[in-house]
Design a protein around this ligand. Sequence first.
Ligand code: ATP
Length: 233
Amino acid sequence: MLRVSDLRAGYAGIEVLKGVSLEVGPGEIVALIGANGAGKTTLLRTISGLIKASDGRVEFDGADATSRPTEALARAGLVHVPEGRNVFPRMTVRENLLVATWRRGSGVSEDLDRTSKLFPILDQRRNQQAYTLSGGEQQMLALGRAIMRDPRLLMLDEPSMGLAPLVASEVFDLIGKLHQGGTPVLLVEQNAKSALRLASRAYVLVNGSIAAEGSADELLSSDMIKRAYLGEN
Ligand code: ATP
């Protein structure tokens, strides 16, 4: 579904991604874990066309998607939810959801129904301005906006960032539900334990290169991963 081969990218002459290859198959949740500064955000931004790749290839659904414009990729179903909550603070919850659909004439009310079912809290708060929502609710809204785009693959950058543990676990439950609905997910997380519990497979990014990959169970039980990313001895 998504295949990244030998991808290289960076900023102003600094190479951050040094030949990254990974795959997300239909129906999979794949976690990407790594320390601060490893290049996780840069990788998602390069896949979604926000940063131009200097080399390598991104394929989505068998077609070349390397450095294609972000909006074109989103219309093709590759939807990226960036780090931070990125809601329009002065718009209501409903308006935030509808922004994602402004180019479409049809299917919007079905998408609103589907999103409201997944996120009852957004329905309850539909007429509230987004800045009045809690951090967890704003994260739900950012996810809800992605769902309104009817994604064929979701890329989530640190969806639990800044959330209290209980709220973060609600967000993880929701990602699990999206996945049960059939949407494949590439999940970038600092919270490696939660990400590995949710994912079927994972990659570990170190200094812009994939240092390890395997099933989530293998990585959860690896001594190196336990020490470096799970805070265990
Ligand atoms: P974190 O978990 O802290 O978000 P990350 O793994 O997502 O880290 P990136 O944000 O991709 O890492 O950053 C990778 C490297 O690229 C870092 O050394 C960072 O300083 C650098 N970097 C990120 N954004 C820029 C930018 N706009 N200009 C220059 N360098 C940048």
